[in-house]
Every structure is written in structure tokens, then in C-alpha cells.
Design a protein around this ligand. Structure first.
Ligand code: FES
Length: 165
């Protein structure tokens, strides 16, 4: 009668070894995944949480692009560039009622808000509401290179700052 017990034990040992290897690999894999996740969170935590906003200072081009006695809306920046015989100034085109972008109406010579009908003079003063305040004047200057710059964050007194080019 053949004794098959040693084969049985050998198979059982082999099975145990495979099971052990499987669990070792499973544990190592789990630790690797957990370590990678912790590393990703650590990197995210250590990186600066900064919101980058566009600069309020914008270049609106050269003076010769604006004819004398003109009001030009620059929709990229939400501003009007006004050129009179006295010089340039910049107005915010954002309506002081609920912040719609207003537009220049050449036919009436006024700035008009399409949302609720406010009307402004080209110096920003109110002709008709519901806007509660005039359109603010913004700081404007000419660089040494002859470029017109506007600081959208700097409100200046109306009719005090004409830029001469
Ligand atoms: S947002 Fe301009 S009138 Fe209301």
C-alpha cells in the first residue's frame, strides 16, 4: 500500500506557502497604496494655497488708437477710454447698480446700461437711474514707452486727472 501522506503534506505546505505569499503581497500592496495616498495629501498640504488674480493694472494701447472726442469701451477690462481735447481719462464701465457692463451710445452721446436702463454722461455722472452712483474714474497714466495704462483698482476724483499725450 503506497503511503501518500508525504505528498499530502508537501501539497499542504506548498498551499500554505502560496497563501502566505499572497497575504504578504496583499499587505505590501495595501501599504504602498496607503503610502502613496498619504504622500499626495502631504504634497497638497505643503503646496501654497494661493489664488492668482489678474493684475488690476492694464495696458490699453497707444494714444493714437483713440480719436479726439471719442469714448471707447474696452470689454476685456470693463473700462471706457475717453479722449477729449484736454486729454485722456478712464472710466469704469461696470454699472454701479448691479454691475452690468454699460455701453457707449454714439447717437445719444451717453453711456447706457442694458440691464435696467441707467444712463450716464461721458464723464460718468448719472443722467437716469436706478444706478445709485456715477461711474468711477480710474487712475490712468502714460508710460515712457508711450503706452496708456489704467489701474482698475485705483479710483480718482472726476475731472482732476487728464492724461496728456
Ligand atoms: S445694472 Fe445697470 S441699471 Fe441695473
Amino acid at each position: 500500500m503506497p503511503d501518500d501522506k508525504p505528498d499530502w503534506d508537501a501539497n499542504r505546505e506548498s498551499l500554505e506557502l502560496n497563501r502566505r505569499k499572497f497575504f504578504i503581497r496583499l499587505g505590501a500592496g495595501s501599504l504602498t497604496v496607503a503610502g502613496a495616498g498619504a504622500g499626495a495629501f502631504a504634497l497638497q498640504y505643503l503646496s501654497p494655497n494661493v489664488l492668482y488674480e489678474a493684475s488690476p493694472v492694464v495696458n490699453v494701447g497707444r494714444p493714437e488708437h483713440y480719436p479726439v472726442d471719442s469714448v471707447t469701451l474696452d470689454p476685456r477690462f470693463g473700462i471706457f477710454i475717453v479722449r477729449l481735447a484736454e486729454g485722456f481719462y478712464a472710466l469704469s464701465a461696470v454699472c454701479t447698480h448691479l454691475a452690468c457692463l454699460s455701453v457707449w451710445k454714439q447717437e445719444s452721446g451717453t453711456i447706457s446700461c442694458p440691464c435696467h436702463g441707467s444712463v450716464f454722461q461721458r464723464d460718468g455722472s448719472i443722467v437716469a437711474g436706478p444706478a445709485p452712483r456715477p461711474l468711477p474714474w480710474l487712475r490712468m497714466w502714460l508710460t515712457d514707452d508711450g503706452e496708456l495704462m489704467v489701474d482698475r483698482a485705483a479710483i480718482v476724483a472726476p475731472r482732476k486727472e487728464y492724461v496728456r499725450a
